[in-house]
Write a protein that binds this ligand. Structure first.
Ligand code: NAD
Ligand code: DAU
Length: 337
């Protein structure tokens, strides 16, 4: 199988490429990534010499580039990770979110359709469903869409487009809506890696608002395993909700990280809340469990301990990101297509 992965230089995309080469070493993977601030080829250092791997620097929002690449490579499947993914950035500068998440996804759909109806899997988020009250049942595949941030609204729009291409043009699509991921190669602007790296640097950790917002945490490897299963065995036209059965408040996460890193609560800095901050996300993953036999495998405390160890052992990786050095290198060495 030849797979075109978009956004493969980011957090989940790079974990997915590692996972796929581990499980399916004979597959070919073409990675199309713009290398925005979130894309980092160091995440893929150990696969760059693999003859089954190819990297192309390019923007999914460029329709000609996307169509030419798909025409040339003739992939059997496209897995779309490419996105602007950080909620706080979408509040400050929403335009890029519309361009990449909506226009970019649409370009990929058009090219997938125009080049022989290529199998298309779209990686989406639980944030499209909005926010839950403390006693509401978890989101499932029938929960109505109610996105609240420019990020989640742009992802919701892309999900609708993917479904529209299935219903209108018979494009063979699937969608996964996953809860919060954590694990290696996670960009240090998000809760887990920001807090872990700040504590290594002796800095405080900024906890938003009252710290009682709830997220449902899933180890990134479990997410990658779910996507691989859906590509191979998922039912065309269907959506699968993927989650960790691991609801925790941000306060609980913060105290756990402090404990595992031997730090005290004086390292917490209470800061202003995120605008429009969703209170609670939770996923009911019964459908993928029953139909495809998937369920999370990583125990949260083990996954978190491993993640902390990974950040301790890969200081050069995240220090280059925090200093901005990694981007200067790409600007010099990787021409855009
Ligand atoms: P990320 O921000 O770490 O990586 C995004 C990648 O996409 C980067 O490599 C970036 O360079 C690339 N990219 C951005 N714009 C592009 C463009 N116009 N053209 C080509 N490449 C572009 O994101 P992530 O956390 O790895 O998330 C990947 C996908 O999974 C996203 O679609 C996100 O919505 C979804 N998702 C993320 C989570 C999570 O917890 N991180 C949970 C559920 C779903
Ligand atoms: O639910 C899936 C989503 O999870 C993905 O679709 C997004 O791409 C991904 O970024 C993530 O979104 P969140 O907004 O939930 O993740 P983030 O790490 O930014 O924040 C997690 C929680 O921690 C959230 O309630 C806000 C809070 N937070 C975050 C940061 C960065 C803080 O309290 N302090 C912080 O500094």
């Amino acid at each position: 199988m030849k797979i075109l992965v978009t956004g493969g230089a980011g957090f989940i995309g790079s974990n997915f490429i590692h996972y796929m080469f581990e499980k399916y070493s004979n597959y070919q993977i073409v990675n199309l990534d713009k290398l925005t601030y979130a894309g980092n080829l160091e995440n893929l250092k150990d696969v760059e010499e693999n003859p089954n791997y190819k990297f192309v620097r390019g923007d999914i929002a460029d329709p000609e580039l996307v169509n030419n690449l798909i025409e040339e490579e003739k992939p059997d499947a496209i897995v779309n990770f490419a996105a602007e993914s950080h909620v706080d950035r979408s509040i400050l500068e929403p335009d890029a979110f519309i361009n990449t998440n909506v226009v970019g996804t649409h370009n990929l759909l058009k090219a997938a359709f125009g080049n022989g109806k290529i199998r298309f899997h779209h990686v989406s988020t639980d944030e499209v469903f909005g926010s839950l009250g403390p006693n509401d049942p978890a989101f499932n595949e029938s929960t109505p869409y109610d996105p609240h941030s420019p990020y989640s609204a742009s992802k919701a729009a892309s999900d609708h487009l993917v479904r529209a291409y299935f219903h209108t043009f018979n494009l063979p699509v699937t969608i996964s809506n996953c809860s919060n991921n954590y694990g290696p190669y996670m960009f240090p602007e998000k809760l887990f890696p920001l807090f872990i790296t700040n504590l290594i640097e002796g800095k405080k950790v900024p906890l938003y608002g009252d710290g009682r917002n709830v997220r449902d945490w899933l180890h990134v490897r479990d997410h990658c395993r779910a996507i691989a299963l859906i590509i191979h065995k998922g039912k065309i036209g269907e959506t699968y909700c993927v989650g960790g059965a691991c609801e925790k408040t941000n306060k609980e996460i913060t105290y756990k990280i402090l404990e595992l890193m031997g730090k005290g609560e004086e390292m917490i800095e209470k800061v202003a809340d995120r605008l429009g901050h969703d209170r609670r996300y939770a996923i009911d993953f019964r459908k993928i469990k029953i139909e495809l036999g998937w369920e999370p495998e990583t125990i949260f405390e083990d996954g978190l301990k491993n993640m902390i160890e990974w950040y301790k052992n890969n200081e050069i990786w995240w220090r280059k990101i925090k200093s901005g050095e990694y981007q200067e290198y790409y600007e010099k060495n990787y021409a855009r297509r």
